[in-house]
Design a protein around this ligand. Structure first.
Ligand code: SAM
Ligand code: SF4
Length: 478
């Protein structure tokens, strides 16, 4: 069926829709499209987008299944930030191609940044794909899925006004609610594909966000995490990010507030003051550095110098003495010399971040830097990455050691992953904490004395050391 459709002229979203829509209604009315399997790749913004998609799908009467074998449609919500992220999805498509060979009516859709990035190539080259839908097409997802059951469909139009502010996401279980406050990005770092895949920056109205916060708190979520590519440039025309944080502080049921990722150039005194004054706003900032060499920062178009970046670090440490700092660094960017890389190592040693996400530069089509001839070999990128990982691990271990003997407040998230007699949660500084299960209910706060530490985890008195736990807030694949 689908392979026949592939032999014909493609139907694209918005052109000649009538006959296809009629067939799509047929699929819906015949009840053939019922269950959707949704798989998410990439950053927390994608996790939040998947919750949004789940809300849209359920609102249209579809149900979500966690078994692809049971699904009438499979949707992959993808990431394009590094080549490796795209390769993972293409590999996964192979699994679903086998499923589709057994069940030809199965609809397979690619959503998100990779969909926007590769667009029609996915329909034309990845023969198994029926639907390609970019980050601004989720509102019409049920309709697109129905139409894709009849013939391949692409919706890759970016929409400067789409914020999904009026939609209610279907959140997963847990203590933490992700709330996207802003979509897109206007910064155009020369290595980054996000402005091309997610379009121009736009903020949701504060009233819509507070409604989402209240709904989440009412449903039992105790920690609110605000998301945006440059989250601290949030502005809805009347309110800035500090206003949003202060208003959230007043919402009943919310115990903790976090946000990620701010841009160093958009950091304001108002935001630092809000963090210093509001007890629910956690003392942790993820402040992407990328490089400590001014020459590299300039080529990256990061819009700050290392001196300005460091002034922000010092300002935070002065205003909030217990603040934890984490960061992102890219090694092997085009033009990065050994001396540039050493400058980054020296800065990491001097500033002593609590943790860091470290990446090898991956040249991305569409970006400005893609047109520049790469100067650092893959082997050399690997060497620089290993060196930085070793350095940061030692620093993280030392910084965690400094908590031994102190008491931390933990928002309990559940049982330890490896040992069921332990509880797991985060400290305000976003450190993983495991401690003996004393019956503290999930979603409440416990005070835990730290008896030991690894580079990734604080170990509460009486608890046994477990294998390192991955930090879900900032996990970035690829
Ligand atoms: N908007 C955030 C900022 O500017 O800091 C970060 C968003 S991006 C999804 C997350 C991280 O991926 C970036 O901070 C950067 O370190 C990394 N990244 C982005 N593009 C990359 C590329 N082409 N190669 C390697 N890492 C990349
Ligand atoms: Fe990408 Fe730079 Fe925007 Fe972050 S600020 S999303 S790195 S362009």
């Amino acid at each position: 069926m689908v392979s026949q459709a592939r032999g014909q002229a493609r139907h694209w979203h918005g052109t000649g829709a009538a006959p296809v829509a009629a067939r799509a209604r047929g699929v819906l009315s015949s009840g053939r499209m019922k269950r959707v399997f949704l798989e998410t790749y990439g950053c927390q913004m994608n996790v939040a987008d998947s919750e949004l998609m789940a809300g849209v799908l359920e609102g249209a009467g579809l149900t979500l299944t966690d078994r692809p074998e049971d699904a009438d449609a499979i949707l992959l919500n993808t990431c394009a930030i590094r080549e490796h992220a795209e390769q993972r999805v293409l590999g996964r498509l192979g699994d679903f191609a086998r499923l589709k060979a057994r069940r030809p009516g199965l609809v397979i859709g690619i959503a998100g940044c990779m969909a926007q990035h590769l667009r029609r190539r996915l329909l034309e080259e990845a023969r198994v794909v029926d639907l390609v839908v970019g980050p601004d097409g989720y509102r019409s997802l049920p309709d697109l899925l129905m139409r894709a059951a009849a013939e391949p469909v692409a919706h890759v139009r970016l929409d400067r006004d789409e914020t999904y502010g009026d939609l209610e996401p279907r959140r997963g279980r847990g203590t933490r609610a992700w709330i996207t406050v802003q979509r897109g990005c206007d910064k155009f770092c020369t290595y980054c594909v996000v402005p091309y895949t997610r379009g121009r920056e736009r903020s949701l109205p504060l009233a819509d966000l507070l409604r989402q916060v209240r709904t989440a708190a009412g449903a039992g979520f105790r920690e609110i995490v605000f998301l945006g590519q440059t989250v601290n440039s949030y502005h809805d025309g009347a309110h800035d990010f500090a206003d949003l944080l202060r208003a959230t502080e007043d919402v009943e049921g919310v115990l903790r507030i976090r946000y990620t990722s701010p841009h160093p150039s958009d950091m304001s005194e108002r935001l630092i003051a809000a963090m210093a004054e509001c007890p629910k706003i956690c003392p942790h900032v993820h402040l992407p550095l990328q490089s400590a060499s001014n020459a590299v920062l300039e080529r990256m178009n990061r819009t700050y110098t290392i001196e300005r970046y460091h002034a922000v670090v010092e300002r935070f440490r002065a205003a909030i003495p217990e603040i934890a700092l984490s960061t992102d660094v890219i090694v092997g960017f085009t033009g990065e010399t050994e001396a540039d890389f050493e400058a980054t190592c020296d800065y990491m040693k001097a500033v002593r971040f609590d943790s860091a996400f470290l990446f090898k530069y991956s040249a991305r089509p569409d970006t400005k830097a893609f047109r520049w001839t790469e100067t650092v070999s893959e082997d050399e990128k690997g060497r620089r990455l290993t060196r930085l990982i070793d350095l940061q691990q030692a620093i993280s271990a030392e910084r965690n050691d400094a908590w031994v003997g102190r008491e931390v407040e933990v928002l309990v998230e559940g049982s330890g992953r490896r040992q069921a007699d332990q509880l797991f949660g985060k400290s305000p500084q976003f450190k993983n904490v495991v401690f003996p299960d004393d019956g503290t209910p999930v979603g409440t706060l416990a005070r835990v004395r730290v008896a030991g530490a690894t580079s990734q985890t604080l170990i509460g008195a009486g608890a046994r050391a477990t294998a390192p736990i991955e930090t879900p807030l900032l996990q970035i694949s690829g």
